[in-house]
Design a protein around this ligand. Structure first.
Ligand code: FES
Length: 153
């Protein structure tokens, strides 16, 4: 992206450099990887013939996420999501799908919000709750898959 004066990233950076204070305190920091996954989220969309699907939400803010998985030979062969939420919700949802793609069901069930946060290079502590949606949606979609297909691997 260029450096136009109306580039929100440039404006954001400038505000951080100036020590801009919002009503809630300093502006939250978004690292480059978070900005990348928020601006170009991976695996966005739907899987019409999904093997598992889940809708989860965060009651503290009202954000929501829907996630679909396709399973072949015990592995997540396709994964798609749609998130209605804040930048961190979108970035962490995106990273959760990247981490889950190609994993076995057993491996995917081990993924945690910490894995997502580490893979993104960190997020502000007060936005940590945003990282739960992706993992929770993944686990719920796996449950849906196992319930509907009696696969318990
Ligand atoms: Fe709702 Fe981030 S503020 S998930």
């Amino acid at each position: 992206m260029g450096t136009k004066s109306n580039d929100w990233r440039e404006l954001y950076k400038k505000k951080n450099e100036q020590g801009h204070q919002s009503l809630e305190g300093p502006v939250l920091f978004y690292n480059e990887l978070v900005i990348d996954h928020f601006s170009n989220p991976r695996n966005v969309g739907e899987i019409p013939d999904a093997d598992g699907c889940a809708l989860v939400g965060d009651p503290s803010c009202g954000d929501q996420m829907k996630l679909w998985i396709k399973v072949r030979e015990g592995k997540i062969s396709d994964i798609k999501f749609k998130t209605f939420g804040c930048p961190h919700a979108i970035a962490t949802s995106s990273m959760a799908t990247v981490l889950a793609f190609g994993k076995t069901i057993a491996e995917a069930k081990q993924l945690t919000d910490d894995d997502v946060i580490i893979a993104l290079g960190g997020i502000p502590e007060k936005k940590r709750h945003c990282s739960l949606m992706g993992v929770n949606a993944l686990l719920a979609a796996i449950e849906d898959y196992q319930r509907s297909s009696s696969h318990n691997g």
